[in-house]
Design a protein around this ligand. Structure first.
Ligand SMILES: [Cu+2]
Length: 522
């Protein structure tokens, strides 16, 4: 199993968009895997993601108990308002989440140096480490070539232990209480003179708060209800709240998202065939727009959209019978519908067949969409929706779960070698068909076009999923390593579309290994 680390910042530093964006096209997966493996070794994975994943894993292993109502919306709604308040009230500097840097020793230009790993310092020689006054700073040191090294910051009386031998690592931390520029260096005799020296810059005042960077609107792909399994049909209450909020689109950029329950996609709604689904749609009082919801799992006018056109501060209810099993999209259907969808108003509803789907070890929830911004892809600041680009289908961003880096930096998918993995994959769009593929895997079973009534198709590389459509893919992960979830229209990887499936386990075996056949393990 993965080590359950605690440092969110560590993951941020341990991965970078520039890296993964290159991988699918340039075949640089190895480097990414290395970084991921490294992060695993250092125990730097995102704790909240694990909490979710762990919970989900447990849920997947045993069918959910029969419940009168399904609190599928609760995760998002219960946390969000409280968190918002906490963020406003809390001091803007976190003394608990460390700002993490990883340095690897190496040789550059004939000198001994430190090389930054991950984040803003990735690949930089003797990078300047920028931190803010009062922050807890964690420095990870990795021995990159085998000689003995350490890292020392005299002014803070902070030092790592000496790393002996290639790939050895050590970690130390300190609180950046003094403002100014200080040297970090290697204290082994002669190494500082040979080039192992850089600066840590402690800036006065706290770092800008997260709220000014936009809320985290990414739905954790492990955030979904467990299987229903065997139970009789019942009335299932679904609470959806339409929330408009400024969310983080990418590092340094925000977008005004329109959402179901403050995340993109909206909650995965899970019912069984024959259930009566009672949807309570509330439009937050601070919304600007009216919103609604159209369930593709429903049959009847507008899929519910006629009954749920809801003004800010109001609430509506629509009830439908889930008659046909399948995986279906739901979305806002208030004109201009394309604008509401591109801004994040989509989700999936799974109508399980009687007895449920075959059991798997892990289930994930991923949706794809495009954003049409005035500013070109990669711009900084607040992005504005561009209506001309929207109606002429010229997106700037392609995203999984709402934001760039959502499934690479903040919420990768995790599994262990030997496990079966299922992805509920939908396209909100509003316009682009996805060609879903996991680099380095073959889907064992594909519920084509989202049908769970027809038998699944076996042994599939890439699946077509249209806007307003969904699929279910099952596959067993046999080998460890970092697999990349893409739309195989790979230009889109350059505009934000990529996700990691990180599999813990040995990478080499008698089916695939790096090296000639003569060295293949038995
Ligand atoms: Cu809407």
């Amino acid at each position: 199993m993965f080590d359950r680390g605690t440092s969110k910042a560590g993951w941020r530093e341990g991965s970078g968009l520039s890296r993964f964006a290159e991988e699918p096209t340039a075949g640089k997966v190895r480097r990414g895997s290395w970084v991921v493996a490294l992060a695993a070794v250092l125990g730097l994975f995102v704790a909240p993601a694990f909490a979710q994943e762990h919970h989900q894993h447990g849920a997947a292993a045993q069918p959910a108990q029969a419940e009168a109502t399904v609190a599928q919306a609760d995760n998002a709604t219960a946390e969000t308002p409280a968190d918002k308040e906490a963020a406003k009230a809390a001091p803007s500097t976190s003394y608990h989440t460390p700002t993490t840097f990883t340095l690897r020793t190496g040789i550059a230009g004939g000198r001994m140096v430190y090389i930054g790993v991950g984040g803003d310092i990735d690949g930089k020689v003797n990078p300047t480490l920028m931190v803010h006054e009062g922050e807890l700073v964690q420095v990870n040191l990795i021995n990159g070539e085998g000689a003995e090294h350490d890292v020392v910051i005299d002014q803070y009386a902070a030092r790592s232990s000496i790393v002996v031998g290639k790939n050895a690592s050590s970690t130390f931390s300190f609180t950046a209480s003094k403002v100014g520029e200080f040297a970090y260096f290697c204290s082994i005799a002669g190494h500082r003179q040979a080039g192992m020296e850089g600066l840590i810059q402690v800036m006065a005042g706290p770092r800008e708060t997260m709220s000014s960077e936009g809320a985290d609107i990414v739905r954790d792909p492990a955030d979904l209800p467990g299987p229903i399994g065997q139970r009789m049909p019942q009335v299932v209450r679904v609470d959806l709240e339409t929330v408009e909020l400024v969310g983080k689109l990418d590092d340094g950029s925000t977008y005004t998202y329109w959402t179901f329950n403050s995340k993109v996609p909206g909650p995965l709604v899970r019912v069984r065939v024959g259930d009566t689904v009672e949807v309570h749609l509330k439009n937050a009082s601070d919304s600007v727009m009216a919103h609604s919801v159209d369930f593709h799992a429903a049959t009847g006018p507008g899929g519910g959209a006629h009954a749920t056109q809801t003004d800010p501060g109001n609430a509506t209810v629509v009830t439908f019978k889930a008659l046909k099993p399948g995986i279906y999209v739901y979305h806002c259907a208030t004109p201009s519908v394309a604008h509401h969808i591109t801004s994040g108003m989509y989700g999936l509803i799974l109508v399980e067949p009687e007895g449920g789907l075959p059991q798997v070890d892990r289930e994930f929830y991923v949706m794809q969409g495009e954003l049409y911004t005035v500013e070109p892809f990669g711009s900084q600041g607040e992005m504005e929706m561009d209506y001309d680009k929207l109606i002429s289908e010229r997106p700037e961003y392609f995203v999984f779960n709402g934001a760039v880096g959502s499934l690479t930096k903040s919420h990768p998918l995790y599994a262990n070698a030997g496990e079966t993995v299922r992805i509920f994959f939908g396209v909100g769009g509003p316009n682009f068909t996805s060609s879903v593929h996991v680099i380095g895997e073959i889907f064992d079973s594909v519920y084509s076009m989202g049908s769970v009534i027809s038998p699944p198709v076996n042994g599939v590389q890439t699946v077509t999923v249209p806007p307003g459509g969904a699929t279910i893919v099952d596959f067993k992960v046999d080998r460890g390593g970092s697999y990349v979830l893409v739309d195989h229209a790979l230009s889109r990887a350059e505009r934000g579309l990529a996700g990691y499936l990180v599999v813990d386990g040995p990478e080499n075996d008698n089916v695939m290994h790096s090296g000639p056949a003569s060295e293949m393990p038995e």
